[in-house]
Design a protein around this ligand. Structure first.
Ligand SMILES: *[C@@H]1O[C@H](CO)[C@@H](O)[C@H](O)[C@H]1NC(C)=O
Ligand SMILES: *[C@@H]1O[C@H](CO)[C@@H](O)[C@H](O)[C@H]1NC(C)=O
Ligand SMILES: *[C@@H]1O[C@H](CO)[C@@H](O)[C@H](O)[C@H]1NC(C)=O
Ligand SMILES: *[C@@H]1O[C@H](CO)[C@@H](O)[C@H](O)[C@H]1NC(C)=O
Ligand SMILES: CC(=O)N[C@H]1CO[C@H](CO)[C@@H](O)[C@@H]1O
Length: 888
């Protein structure tokens, strides 16, 4: 989402069109042949799963007591210009004690406020491959959000998944794999929601690049269409959403872009069918900020909340909902039962997480750092003022968990001659502006929209303001006696070097959200591509020419191409420190000087060349005119390591790769079959009886503003004038809305067979194999944490094409001393062994008695153990499942 009124590429030129409101309803637009968005109506009611039943009963009672204008007031924001105090603020129904809800970014903490922690970004916690750390980060974020009075936290982000290595927002999520994203999501949501905060799974779906994601008008910037086939959608992109719904997530956010031609905020198949019917989502769906393009159409397509409430151009206090939704229900175009369902979903989520009981009031304001500020920022000529910031301290000891994650994420790619860890008495020559905090301060650029100094976060709405940034150079100086720092990215003149000198070179690569262009990168890394910024490759090469021992440290949003220097003899060690947030310094020195072994693993592949990946993911959509540009997912399931393995293209560093100062063995593996398989899962549970939302259209008077209420300019209200209300009510009997094909209001009594509970048919999560392996620290000097990654290999003789191996579970050991062991367990479910059957619309186990193999090891190309489902045995030292046409 975005909250600044900074327009994306080309939009300013369009202002004249926009002001006169050229954007028009457009359910469908041209797509690549073969892709279509089927209609799916009506929006399924929530409230039929046991876990939510009591919240729904309470919510229905409350909503039944609301007037029409109260119901429409709580389903939309009060307007971007009025965005106070939070990034999004709904209207209230104060008469029945339902408050305004505060919705706030970012996916790594609480955005635009003070006295909070800047947690490591998603990609960083992803690199830990540690479930406990995902969860603990969620707990800490949840506590901070609650402490600030945030009702709805706008994270976690799992879309983009990281299909395009240059995609701008991949770092907000956990890595280029659906299971890494899915487990990361599940643990994060658990942690956050246990604090009573509603989490938001986003963005549904196909927002895999930033440029041209948004529709600003129908004609000039119509938003690209992500064209995704059904199987790929289920097996990759929707997978983490299923995990989120299964974890009971309270909110979901749609993406800006189109899918198969239709804008996500009014995509009935995506929202009604996939999210609400098949995945059984019980919470409410909101638009991404300013992505709603129609009123009635988005409502019947299953949208429940319009954020931040305005039309595409948020300048004049116009809305597609609020008073227009009031009008649309009075005139009969949006059925009352749809409005009742929307409002009930929102109120049910509020009850579900106990927000009706002593929930903290919002105590911060995203618009100002001052204690006193405007209560209605966009009011004209002036707004009343009041206390808006109370500076509530919510950090507690969260620096500890933030530091632990930043440290455990550090991924050692290479370490020749055991150069690392460093002893503290070597003379250290440190190069690169990335070592030190931005001299203008860590928050100098709005939403971190620059790459100056230590890169702790990407840029855009997914960022948090620093209270401090512990930078690498300060931490290094605390540890070593002889440190010379050259704060430059251009190799300086230096004294002649000695054999004892060690050069440490900091390089960066940034990306972010499209409303900011940073050094010619439009959100995506379209300019820098996958090379280090600021000529970082040249800096490394120059250092390597001068010194015989070089350590490269990269703060990066995603994969880099490192070929210019990786094989140089003096480049002995490389650490990827990802995006560490505020704890960049000590987390790094703990690893550099050996207090801890590195234990991070790559949450994506690093290739020799950018074009080792298919064109469909390396090419960015680069036009925006007339017809929506088409982003065809022609590589299907084959992203990242799935593609490289299939094409036998050797990566420079494989997905999951990460070295340690010590070594681990994987022995004494066991595999146990828990559930016997059938081709399809057992039938889904029948859908419990639904609440009855049907209701007559209320009297127009419920929509009329009380005379005594005085309004503010540009604030969005749900009331109509008396004459407008009367006119709308008169229409209800006389005219009909031009509904799309397939529209109906009869609730589906034959719901999808793949559904049945939150996340889908619960039998999909039956454990089929439980596998254990003994991980032993076989080194003699260093403690360390061992990673166990479990990849499934489907039987070889099935008719479906399927990636050679796919990550299905992972675990991390505790810190093991030399010689110490830990038995680690992982599990595979029925879904893990299934393929999405497009014609049956269910998950199918292609060969229930087939030869399933589960590979275990430290990386996708380092799989030491294989366990066979067919006879419950395990083997060691076999050839791995993947062979490459060697690059070296
Ligand atoms: C997109 O089109 C494909 C057909 O190529 C279809 O199978 C799939 O269900 C469509 N997806 C959505 C979300 O509409
Ligand atoms: C809508 O919400 C606003 C903001 O809380 C409030 O001032 C207004 O009274 C509400 N309208 C109704 C109909 O309750
Ligand atoms: C009802 O009102 C909505 C919102 O203004 C409008 O889009 C729709 O066309 C109206 N329906 C009819 C039948 O006039
Ligand atoms: C592991 O297997 C070896 C060899 O079979 C056996 O000697 C040892 O006791 C086993 N260790 C554990 C902890 O199971
Ligand atoms: C206790 C504490 O850290 N308070 C800080 C909260 O934020 C304000 C504004 O940044 C600081 O001035 C306080 O010191």
């Amino acid at each position: 989402m975005r909250t600044t009124i900074a327009f994306e590429k080309a939009t300013w030129l369009l202002l004249p069109f926009l002001v006169f409101g050229l954007a028009a309803p457009n359910e469908r637009r041209a797509t690549t042949a073969g892709y279509y968005a089927l209609p799916y109506y009506p929006a399924p009611y929530g409230g039929w799963v046991d876990e939510w039943a009591s919240s729904y009963n309470k919510a229905k009672k409350l909503v039944d007591s609301m007037t029409l204008a109260e119901k429409t007031n709580i389903t939309a924001g009060t307007g971007l210009s009025m965005a106070r105090p939070c990034n999004g603020n709904t209207g209230s129904a104060e008469r029945v004690k339902f408050p305004q809800l505060c919705l706030n970014d970012a996916a790594n903490g609480v955005r635009l406020t003070d006295n909070v922690t800047v947690f490591p970004d998603g990609i960083t916690v992803g690199a830990t491959f540690d479930k406990k750390l995902f969860y603990q980060r969620g707990v800490a974020i949840g506590k901070e959000a609650r402490g600030k009075g945030v009702n709805v936290w706008l994270g976690p982000a799992v879309g983009p998944i990281g299909r395009k290595p240059k995609g701008g927002r991949n770092w907000e999520g956990f890595g280029a794999d659906p299971v890494l994203q899915g487990i990361g999501t599940r643990e994060t949501i658990k942690g956050v929601q246990e604090q009573g905060v509603i989490a938001t799974i986003k963005h549904l779906i196909g927002n895999e690049q930033e440029m041209y994601r948004r529709q600003t008008t129908d004609i000039v910037s119509p938003a690209y269409s992500a064209n995704i086939d059904d199987r790929t959608l289920h097996e990759l992109y929707l997978w983490p959403f299923a995990e989120a719904v299964r974890a009971g997530v309270g909110a979901a956010m749609t993406a800006y872009n189109r899918v198969n031609g239709t804008i996500c905020s009014e995509h009935s198949y995506l929202i009604n069918r996939l999210l609400k019917d098949e995945l059984g989502f019980q919470g409410f769906v909101m638009t991404d900020w300013l992505s709603q393009i129609t009123g009635v159409q988005s409502a019947i397509s299953g949208m429940d909340m319009s954020m931040p409430g305005d039309t595409l151009i948020p300048l004049f206090g116009n809305s597609l909902w609020m008073y227009e939704l009031t009008r649309s229900t009075l005139n009969g175009s949006v059925p009352m039962e749809r409005l009742n369902d929307m409002a009930t979903r929102i109120v049910a989520a509020w009850y579900q997480f106990g927000q009706d009981q002593n929930y903290p009031k919002v105590n911060f304001d995203t618009n100002t750092k001052n204690a006193i500020g405007q209560l209605y920022p966009a009011a004209w000529p002036t707004s009343p003022e009041g206390v808006v910031n109370k500076f509530v301290q919510v950090q507690e000891d969260h620096d500890e968990i933030a530091r632990q994650i930043a440290q455990d994420a550090i991924t050692m790619l290479k370490n020749e001659e055991s150069l690392l860890p460093l002893s503290k008495d070597h003379p250290l020559k440190v190069f690169g502006t990335g070592a030190q905090v931005n001299s203008d301060g860590p928050n100098a650029c709005t939403d971190r929209s620059c790459n100056k100094g230590t890169l702790g976060q990407g840029w855009g709405s997914g960022t948090v303001d620093y209270m401090y940034l512990d930078d690498p150079i300060s931490a290094i100086k605390e540890q070593a006696q002889d440190v010379t720092f050259y704060n430059t990215d251009k190799f300086p003149t230096v004294p002649s070097s000695t054999d004892k000198d060690i050069a440490i070179v900091f390089i960066t690569s940034a990306s972010g959200e499209n409303q900011y262009t940073v050094e010619d990168n439009h959100g995506d890394r379209d300019k820098s591509r996958l090379n280090a910024w600021h000529d970082g490759d040249a800096l490394v090469k120059a250092a390597a020419a001068k010194y015989s021992n070089v350590v490269v440290i990269a703060h990066t949003v995603g994969p880099l191409v490192v070929e210019e220097w990786i094989s140089l003899a003096s480049v002995k060690s490389v650490l990827i420190a990802h995006l560490p947030g505020q704890e960049a310094g000590e987390s790094l020195t703990n690893v550099l000087f050996g207090a801890a072994s590195p234990c991070g693993h790559l949450p994506y592949s690093i290739t020799y060349a950018e074009n080792d990946m298919p064109d469909s993911v390396t090419d960015l959509i680069d036009s925006a005119f007339i017809d929506p540009p088409q982003d065809v997912y022609s590589e299907r399931m084959y992203i990242d390591y799935r593609w490289l393995n299939k094409e036998k293209i050797q990566p420079r560093y494989a997905f999951g790769h990460g070295l340690s100062y010590t070594t681990f063995s994987y022995t004494n593996a066991t595999i146990e079959k828990i559930t016997s398989l059938s081709k399809y899962p057992p039938a889904r549970p029948t859908k419990a009886e639904m609440l009855d939302y049907s209701q007559d259209i209320p009297d127009y008077s419920e929509a009329v503003k009380p005379q005594s209420f005085s309004t503010f300019w540009r604030y969005l209200y749900s009331w109509l004038s008396e004459s407008d209300a009367k006119a709308a009510a008169a229409k209800a009997t006389s005219s009909k809305y031009p509904y799309p094909d397939g529209y109906t209001t009869t609730q589906n009594t034959n719901p999808p067979r793949a559904g049945g509970a939150q996340g889908g048919n619960p039998a999909l999560w039956d454990e089929v194999y439980r596998i254990s392996v003994l991980v032993t620290n076989t080194g003699t000097k260093f403690s360390g944490k061992g990673s166990v990654q479990a990849y499934i290999q489907f039987p070889g003789d099935i008719e479906h094409d399927v990636p050679i191996i796919q990550l299905r579970d992972f675990e991390k050991t505790a810190k093991l001393a030399p010689g110490e062991s830990e038995r680690v367990e992982v599990a595979l479910t029925r879904k893990d062994l299934s393929i999405w059957d497009v014609s049956v619309q269910d998950w199918v186990v292609p060969d229930p008695d087939g030869d399933y193999k589960v590979w275990l090891g430290a990386a996708s190309d380092d799989l030491a153990v294989v366990c066979y489902g067919i006879d419950s045995s395990c083997d060691y030292d076999t050839d791995g499942p993947v062979s490459y046409t060697s690059k070296v």
